[in-house]
Design a protein around this ligand. Structure first.
Ligand code: HEC
Length: 289
């Protein structure tokens, strides 16, 4: 065989393999905004002109030190129209999902926290996530949202999604998930309204209410029944603070919410929101369909 064809044949083979893995959706990262969508493969991101090698503490790898390849999120978002955007919904490979506020992601203040998309190279995988339920030894890859100086802008732990697959730029929370909102007539300092903020920050990543929210990891917290309708209140509070103190099994996913970050008042507000939502179910006939 003529040797000069060999690189071409190899090239075609590689391109085919690449498009196969691309088609399976394994290695890409996507940002959607309105009718615009941008997609990058792992290698495109690793070869990105704005890629940096960072050596920063990683929330999900306490006490471990390794450098990571990362591209600032602001660079990936620069071709998107974000004028009307207020939130970005992130989605992870396992269905975990949540809301990031734009103001944190696109902060120009040099003293503020900076968000980066970290990319796990195939030839040098990151260590397995050090958590109890990680029997399959998965790492935070393929993509992981990380922050430099997270303490500067009080970045909450929920803003470090790992095994990330996409970001959706949304202009208005109420428009996307109207069935999560407390009644419009409630005062700004009503506990149910404050509890809604707690729900968005700490529960929405895994649960839905009235079938709304991007996550599908845990059960809907209003349909068919709301936990305030079948848990006694003290047990529910205890479950929220420390799920394994109420029930535990090896594959439990809700354990990580246990944290020292809870203030009792926040839990009271959250219960007020849940109780309020129990009065705000869509037609139950529709819900059971
Ligand atoms: C990391 C994902 C995750 C987060 C965050 C999370 N949950 Fe859960 N939750 C689950 C999953 C999954 C279940 C089902 C049981 C399990 O695997 O732990 C569950 C179960 C529950 C249940 C029990 C439902 C039942 O009938 O047994 C309640 C109540 C609940 N969650 C409330 C909350 C509240 C309130 C928050 C916010 C403070 C929250 N969860 C945050 C994943 C999560």
């Amino acid at each position: 065989m003529n040797k000069s064809f060999l690189p071409i044949i190899l090239g075609v083979l590689l391109a085919t393999l690449h498009s196969l893995s691309y088609a399976r959706g394994e290695v890409g990262f996507t940002i959607r905004a309105g009718d615009k969508e941008a997609h990058w493969s792992k290698s495109q991101l690793l070869n990105h002109s704005a890629r940096q090698v960072l050596n920063i503490p990683l929330l999900n790898y306490p006490d471990q030190n390794f450098s990571i390849n990362a591209v600032p999120i602001s660079v990936l978002l620069q071709d998107m129209d974000l004028t009307d955007a207020s939130v970005l919904i992130f989605t992870c490979l396992d269905g975990y999902s949540g809301v990031l506020e734009k103001k944190y992601l696109l902060n120009d203040d040099p003293d503020a926290s900076r968000a980066y998309l970290a990319i796990e190279p195939d030839e040098k995988k990151w260590p397995p996530l050090p958590k109890d339920a990680n029997t399959s030894k998965q790492s935070a890859g393929p993509f992981y949202l990380v922050w430099s100086n997270p303490e500067k802008s009080d970045i909450p732990p929920e803003f470090w999604p790992y095994q990330l697959s996409s970001l959706d730029v949304e202009d208005d929370f109420a428009r996307i998930f109207p069935a999560l909102l407390p009644a419009g007539h409630l005062a700004a300092n009503d506990p149910a309204r404050k509890g809604f903020q707690v729900y968005k920050a700490r529960c929405m990543h895994c649960h839905q209410i009235n079938g709304q929210g991007a996550a599908k990891l845990g059960p809907d917290l209003n349909q068919p029944m709301n936990p305030t309708e079948y848990f006694n209140e003290a047990a529910l509070k205890q479950f929220i603070k420390d799920p394994t103190s109420v029930r535990k099994w090896s594959d439990m996913k809700m354990v990580w919410v246990k944290d020292d970050i809870w203030k009792d008042e926040e839990i009271d507000d959250l219960i007020a929101y849940l109780k309020h939502m129990a009065e705000r179910k869509p037609d139950m006939k529709q819900a059971s369909n």
